[in-house]
Write a protein that binds this ligand. Structure first.
Ligand SMILES: [Zn+2]
Ligand SMILES: [Zn+2]
Length: 259
């Protein structure tokens, strides 16, 4: 079973204190790989170091839209240099978050485009976070795809069906978090049931968003098994088959990763 947690924050408070145990628990549950996501430049060294220490952990480098104001002068050069590390397999998470608006929207957009430039140049997939920003996310990805294609995914997908359809048309993959298991996620469940099987990933976004039946606990990568089982059920397939399918999708998209 090729179960992969395609998005977790192993160096965040709540996981970093017990990182070795948390990884051991996940491996015992059948998780074969972990993509450890960065959100601020000051984390990059630590996140890459974890990936250098653990052969089944990879790193992404990037700036979360919440942190955009703090990195408004980050150019492509810093990202390109960090991306050259053999353990760095993705660019992000980046994108737009107009729900919290922790950073200026124009700064978020400018930094999103910087990340896109690096994804295009390196061929490393762009990991997109988007919340309450569907129109601008579509507009920027469309404009940038027009300048030259780049591999990308929407992480922790919670947007609308038309948004999903447009992203799929533009060639993106869609990653599903534990939110899909929530009782009030009926619309999301309906979309997930119908996504094409070759464009689907599963993730925890740990330490956030613990899926049912772990709600209220700190989310950890082992719980990707619960999300995988839930999504498999929605789609009328087995947990093992969905794990294998999403694992294959992961290695096809993140072609720099290997076990
Ligand atoms: Zn995110
Ligand atoms: Zn995240």
């Amino acid at each position: 079973m090729m179960l992969i947690d395609s998005h977790c924050h192993l160096n965040y408070k709540g996981l970093v204190e017990d990182q070795a145990e948390i990884l051991a628990r996940a491996r015992k549950t059948g998780v074969k790989g972990f993509l450890n996501i960065s959100t601020r430049q000051c984390e990059w060294n630590e996140i890459v170091a974890t990936a250098e220490r653990e052969s089944d952990v990879w790193a992404s480098i990037g700036i979360h839209p919440h942190e955009a104001d703090q990195h408004s002068d980050l150019g492509e050069a810093a990202l390109l240099e960090a991306a050259a590390n053999p353990r760095v397999i993705g660019i992000g998470e980046t994108g737009l978050d107009y729900y919290y608006d922790h950073s200026d929207r124009q700064v978020q957009q400018d930094l999103f485009r910087v990340h896109i430039g690096v994804a295009r140049e390196t061929g490393l997939p762009l990991i997109v976070h988007t919340r309450d920003a569907e129109d601008d996310t579509i507009r920027i990805i469309e404009e940038e795809m027009g300048k030259g294609a780049f591999p990308a995914l929407i992480h922790c997908f919670t947007a609308s069906a038309p948004f999903a359809a447009r992203m799929l048309e533009l060639g993106l993959t869609i990653s599903i978090s534990g939110i899909v298991t929530f009782k009030n996620a009926k619309d999301l469940q309906a979309i997930v049931a119908n996504l094409p099987e070759d464009r689907l990933l599963v993730e925890t976004d740990a330490p956030f968003l613990a899926p049912v039946p772990h709600r209220g606990k700190t989310c950890e990568p082992a719980f990707v098994a619960d999300t995988c089982a839930f999504v498999a059920d929605l789609r009328g397939t087995s947990k093992e088959a969905l794990a294998d399918r999403t694992g294959t999708n992961f290695f096809k998209l993140f072609s720099k990763a290997s076990l």
